[in-house]
Write a protein that binds this ligand. Structure first.
Ligand code: PHE
Length: 469
């Protein structure tokens, strides 16, 4: 009888199926679920948007996730080398290299935002929001906006936070795939859902609960147009961490008998559940504070929300403190499981390509990403704030180049690779896990059809339309 480690070669990997699902879900569940999905749902037709989003997942998100799973597990290597292994001596190797470079650049600026979540957790724990709330109420100024602006442009505070956050990520990575990533995900993902459920429970008690739920779920099919479909597709692409190499690299550690289709469905379901729960946590609170409009992105999470929990639960100070702390802890957890997955993409490539130990590779990656992060962070303050490319500071430029250009282009080539180029027997073998899951063989035809003809066109449409906007 062969052990799992023998099946996987000497690389080792996730030891349980639950571990691999939770690790992949950890990569998928991130800031996108908490600060992007709920606002889009509310603004674009509530449960009608949710229905469109679910269809996007079925015809687009899950097939692409399965495609990346098959590449990673078939190659049993980091994304950076996977395409070179499956199609030796061809230019397809550039897909792997592009994914790895994208992961590196994204980690560089995502890390900055990750540091902010840590800082806000500290502020919540120290009770700073309470005095800011009373000042805002007293003189009508938006102290939260001012203090956020002052914090992000501060030359050292965000940098200390991003270094701390990277140190945290680094420790998980150096502990290894099984003892680090898997163990950490098994601890963090249940904790994340427990916190979310607790916060949902608190939402019920808020005065704005009904209004918040109406904003989030009331179906309005009139709002659904091409632009909304496009943004649902883009959200799905980002939320599933597609084309960043994370899904493919994690799949290289999957057990040989793991059912890839089932894993993708589990990860997609958890990711969507987390996004919907985040909406249930956020909007009842937002609608409990008169005069506040639902915002999105950093503005929602770092400017509106610190005020919201305190005001919505003003009658119960201990609860408002606890809810604020738990909410920012939730953000930290969601973010760190994502940064870990990005770090792993780069570390595993550096270690394989140059033959360095895992620890040495992780150090190289951590240091380089901190340098990138420092540059991105300083670009929001007085030191590097003047450097502008096409009207964008360095931070926004990184975001634009990776999210609008590199991710979609790589995504198109990934679906073309698996749809047209990858060895058919290898694809079938991975899809059925070497015959272990022969019940999923029927997926082969629809999967290939989608990857060949639908996914590349959809991604190109999202990219071009975003440019024209
Ligand atoms: N899927 C993540 C989210 O929803 C996006 C992400 C993953 C970003 C990994 C960076 C790294 O927020």
């Amino acid at each position: 009888m062969t052990t799992e480690t023998e099946q996987q070669g000497s690389r080792g990997g996730f030891s349980t199926k639950l571990g691999l699902v939770l690790a992949a879900a950890g990569s998928a569940i991130g800031l996108g679920n908490i600060w992007r999905f709920p606002t889009e749902t509310g603004e674009y037709g509530g449960s009608a948007f949710l229905l469109v989003y679910l269809i996007c997942i079925l015809v687009f998100g899950l097939p692409l996730m399965i495609a990346e799973f098959t590449v990673g597990r078939a190659a049993r290597s980091s994304t950076g080398n996977a395409y070179a292994i499956l199609a030796p001596k061809t230019s397809w190797k550039f897909i792997g290299l592009a994914s790895t470079l994208t992961a590196f650049l994204i980690l560089g600026y995502y890390n900055v935002v990750a540091g902010w979540t840590l800082f806000y957790l500290g502020e919540a724990a120290a009770g700073s929001f309470v005095s800011m709330s009373s000042q805002t109420a007293a003189d009508g100024s938006n102290v939260f906006a001012e203090s956020f602006g002052a914090f992000v442009s501060n030359p050292w505070k965000p940098i200390v936070c991003l270094v701390l956050f990277m140190a945290f990520t680094h420790v998980v990575i150096t502990a290894g795939v099984k003892k680090g990533i898997e163990r950490f995900s098994k601890l963090m993902m249940p904790l994340l859902f427990i916190i979310m459920l607790f916060l949902c429970g608190c939402s019920f008690t808020m005065p704005g609960f009904r209004k918040g739920m109406e904003f989030l779920f009331a179906p309005d099919f009139d709002k659904i147009d091409a632009k909304v479909v496009r943004s649902a597709l883009a959200q799905c692409f980002y939320s599933f961490s597609l084309a960043m190499g994370c899904i493919c690299t994690y799949a290289s550690y999957f057990r040989a008998d793991a059912n890839l289709a089932k894993t993708a469905v589990s990860v997609g379901a958890m990711d969507t559940l987390a996004a919907v729960l985040a909406g249930i946590v956020i909007f009842p609170a937002v609608f409990s504070v008169p005069g506040l409009e639902p915002d999105s992105g950093a503005k929602l999470v770092f400017i509106a929300l610190p005020n919201v929990f305190d005001s919505a639960l003003a009658g119960v100070p201990v609860l408002s403190w606890l809810v604020s702390c738990l909410f920012y802890l939730l953000l930290v957890i969601a973010t760190v499981t994502s940064t870990v997955s990005l770090h792993e993409v780069i570390t595993s490539y550096v270690s394989e390509h140059w033959g360095f130990s895992r620890t040495k590779s992780a150090w190289i990656v951590s240091i380089l990403c901190v340098i990138l992060g420092v540059i991105c962070s300083l670009s929001m303050g007085p030191y590097l704030g003047d450097i502008k490319v096409a009207g964008m500071n360095i931070f926004d430029l990184f975001d634009f180049v990776t999210a609008q250009l590199m991710l979609p282009i790589t995504g198109i080539f990934i679906s073309i690779f698996v749809g047209w180029k990858m060895n058919r027997d290898t694809l079938m073998r991975e899809l059925t896990s070497g015959g272990n899951c022969s019940g999923t063989a029927w997926l082969y035809k629809p999967l290939v059809f989608i990857l060949r003809f639908i996914a590349p066109i959809i991604i190109a449409w999202i990219m071009i339309a975003a440019f024209l906007d």
